[in-house]
Design a protein around this ligand. Sequence first.
Ligand code: SF4
Ligand code: SF4
Length: 349
Amino acid sequence: MGSYLATEEQVSTWLHLLAKERDLFWPRSVGQFNYSFLPLGERDEICFDRYLPTIVPPGRRLLPDDETLFTSQQGDDRLSHYLPPQPSAPMVLAGVRPCDLKGITQLDTVMAAAPADPYYHQRRVNTVIIAMNCLAPCDSRCFCSAVGALGAQDGADVFLTLLAEGVLVESLSARGDEILVKASFSLCEDGKERRLVAEGTRPLPFGRELAVVPEALPEMLRKGYESPVYHRYGERCYSCGTCNLVCPTCYCFEVRDEMSLDGFSGRRSRTWDSCMIPAFAEVAGPHNFRAEVGERQRHRLKRKFEYLPERFGLGSFCVGCGRCGRQCTANIDILNMVNDIAVEVGGGS
Ligand code: SF4
Ligand code: SF4
């Protein structure tokens, strides 16, 4: 598990070689200002330091928006036969920022908890991750440092850092070693030291800040359960669910059964769902546990900063990517909401 130094051109050639063997996704520019994790084509140029967070995080490739769980077909014996989906092909997620990497490792834990999710697991074991270090905040929405996601390396197989002298390529796993066999980079004995020097040049504070330490958030949110802040933000919210769909740590889904018109075949699928949509908490009755938009905002915050951190012990389940605020038509920003509650309950300045 060594370290190497290479030029951007050499790394680009290596990634294109990998892309010939399996699907390799890299953040590519789409439209005027947006980026998306898309398959790297033979002629696609790779921008190493000039990409913003993609609209949809890379971890969503592990949890597709519409996934077949099984198909069914009635046989000659008049019984229904159930077929599992085709196993997914090996893939490489490359250019994954540390915040998104942390989101993926949190999903790994959630999906491994009983009852474990075999669909996610099958995809995850077939996925190699090449992460890309951050030496400056990606834009004015970022707050990864405030929630402890900056510099996360867990879950990566290869970790890239842009240095003044070239690209530092660190292998972090046996799979990393395996995909680096084809690369012709120079060995770099003091790779870790060089990375630490580069990380020492990061601006302080790195991105936006929380008004309280993340460990204090669960108690603060309990104290502020009746906070009018949720309802104040709720007044602007369209309940569109975009904030959930672009979040690297959201994973709720809906299950549907579809029958074909002949009545003999069908499929069970799951699609992304969102706790911000009014029908999410609707049950028979009709009763809705979170009919008010302010209640849904509160639930979203408590999932990220209280329920899941306390259940899994992996810190905040918001990795500070800033996507929800960036994509929200109503400009509702989760960090601003948390900080407003902190001020209100006396936890912040
Ligand atoms: S993206 Fe914005 S408007 Fe849409 S549900 Fe989320 S907070 Fe509300
Ligand atoms: S809650 Fe918002 S800022 Fe936090 S990880 Fe999700 S999308 Fe990113």
